[in-house]
Ligand binder design. Sequence first.
Ligand code: SF4
Ligand code: SF4
Length: 104
Amino acid sequence: MGTRDCGHESAMSKPSAGEAGHTGDWRTQRPVVDDARCAAAKTEGAACFRCWLYCPEAVIPREAPITIDLDYCKGCGICAEECPTDAITMESEASADDGGTEED
Ligand code: SF4
Ligand code: SF4
């Protein structure tokens, strides 16, 4: 019997941007990427992507140059902690500009 035939529904979900709403609304710090230091940007996507791997909100596509969906980034700073080249810095929302990241 397949899972569709058993009559039970699964409560499991898989991570995706936006399941908890606009988590970026309550962010106090935002990640800013310096492409000049980013291994993925410098190798045109051939290396690294640790930020993509470790981001708990899945808001960093596995693409170079690195972009971050600030609608859902919660500003946890894990990407900056895991970046081996210090290409990501956390800046205060009060003083940060939009350089190196994207937001609608
Ligand atoms: S700060 Fe970095 S790791 Fe945390 S949610 Fe935002 S992009 Fe993801
Ligand atoms: S972890 Fe740092 S160096 Fe690696 S892809 Fe992300 S921003 Fe670039």
